[in-house]
Design a protein around this ligand. Structure first.
Ligand code: OGA
Ligand code: MN
Length: 284
């Protein structure tokens, strides 16, 4: 029997006895959607899945986003985005050194149609480091005082691949891919506060690198605001830290959690993950 156990953090729950190698029944899909809404992050330990099985399971939950970045696409499986430093994995979302800021983000906020959810499956993990942090943006919103809630409800944020590029350049990846270069200066504007389409709850919606400005604000003011906002929204009390084991698959709701890769020694260890990405059905 499948069952679920919440983590000790404010978000996240571990799901037992659901195999991602099998197509989920309609009842299981409903059960998972309810669990995902409730916990924001679902952890499926001890999976053994092929790329095809990961794609099939993910597609049962909703439409997928083919990997736009050609250099990150798994050969023959365009829906798999390869993350890490091993195999084809050349895109790492982890900071290059221990002191560098984390890249807190929500997947594809800079695209016309962002990612509803992402499923990351661990094939190889380092002995130390390379955890992924998740932060609950319901808590981030709910804990604001009323005047901030009021003020933030008027803010429109600017998201741009230029912000992502700045981050990836540090990893020597910035100018290697045509698709990425093409979109370099594309900007998308979205309200800072979004209402979750299923729960009706409000969440902060931004990223600390991919969000590059606030409409109508000077750059230095926007930079300072984003720095402070990240500090508030992603404070440890609102976090779940996932320490990966090979075979873990983690599904998260991009509409209400931010996530960030953490440092690991890319020179001396290997990390290889496969990600599938579910697209939103309506633009936020
Ligand atoms: C991602 C991502 C973080 C990590 O795959 O979207 O941000 O820890 N990954 O690999
Ligand atoms: Mn991500």
């Amino acid at each position: 029997m499948k069952n679920i156990r919440p983590t000790d953090s404010v978000i996240g729950a571990t799901v037992y006895n659901v195999s991602l190698a099998e197509m989920p029944s309609a009842a299981t899909i409903d059960w998972l959607e309810v669990a995902l809404e409730r916990h924001g992050v679902l952890i499926f330990p001890k999976q053994h899945i092929s790329p095809k099985q990961q794609i099939d399971f993910s597609a049962a939950l909703g439409p997928l986003d083919p990997t736009e970045l050609e250099s990150a696409r798994l050969d023959g499986f365009e829906e798999i985005f390869v993350v890490g430093n091993a195999g084809k994995g050349i895109v790492s979302f982890s900071p290059e050194n221990e002191d560098q800021d984390l890249e807190w983000h929500t997947d594809h906020i800079h695209r016309e149609v962002p990612a509803r959810a992402s499923l990351l499956y661990a094939k190889e993990v380092p002995d130390a480091g390379g955890d992924t942090l998740f932060a609950c943006m319901y808590h981030a919103y709910d804990s604001l005082d009323n005047s901030d809630k009021q003020a933030y409800s008027k803010l429109k944020m600017i998201h741009s691949t230029a912000g992502l590029e700045r981050y990836l350049v540090n990893q020597n990846l910035g100018n290697t891919d045509g698709a990425q270069r093409e979109g370099e200066h594309a900007e998308i504007i979205r309200p800072l506060i979004r209402v979750h389409p299923v729960t009706g709850r409000k969440a902060l919606y931004f990223g600390n690198q991919i969000t590059v400005g606030v409409v109508g604000w000077e750059q230095t003011r926007a930079d300072q605001f984003l720095f402070n906002l990240t500090k508030h929204a992603c404070q440890p009390a609102f976090q779940y830290r996932h320490k990966w084991r090979v075979g873990d698959a983690v599904l998260w709701d991009n509409r209400r959690v931010l996530h960030a890769g953490t440092y690991y020694d890319v020179e001396h260890s290997r990390r290889l993950m496969h990600r599938t990405t579910l697209i939103e059905t309506e633009s936020p």
